[in-house]
Design a protein around this ligand. Sequence first.
Ligand code: G6P
Ligand code: MG
Length: 216
Amino acid sequence: MTNTPKAILFDLDGVLTDTSEYHYRAWKRLADEEGIPFTREENDAHLRGVGRRDSLLYLLHGRQVSEEKMLEMMDRKNRYYNESIKQMTPAELVSGGHELLAEIRAAGIKSAVASASKNCRIVLDLLGITKYFDGIADGNSVVNSKPAPDIFVFAAGLVGVSTPDCLGVEDADAGVEAIKTAGMRALGIGPRERFHRADFVLPDMVNKHLQDLLKS
Ligand code: G6P
Ligand code: MG
């Protein structure tokens, strides 16, 4: 593929906004209540970009709990997360985000969201950026979560672009894995050592232009 993709598929949490911190705090509160040790380092290494159930399974470290209790814990974590995002405003969009998304549209490139979160649409609305996307794939769209490629393949389908013509943008290694397995180019956002298969990496998304996303 050339360097210019026909579609750019963005992960949400940790890419367009720093909600990954809110996810961490909600899990941490649950873990504290349950007397389960859990650190920010563990969160970064194991939970970033990982779906709700898989995150809880990690947190439990093999502790046996009933399905009912698991559902209650996932629900509780989600309540804590929802409490914290209630206060979100468009100011929490990454700096330069509006300009970047508008630039992508002006260049005739499709854009979509590929997020594992079931809260994705609420967050997009709170940030005021729903209007920029030609497609939204979220935690309700597919069964197999990242690192399975499904959500990125689904997002590509929503915007009518073949997978080799897509660029995926992710802050989680599981997400980069999903993008690469989907046959797309992958841009990792974060420290280089976090990613195994990214085609290129940027330390953050602050004030980025389309050209910055296309370098490799
Ligand atoms: C994203 C976040 C994860 C979160 C997952 C599920 O991938 O990066 O931290 O666990 O979505 O989010 P949800 O809002 O459905 O619990
Ligand atoms: Mg993410």
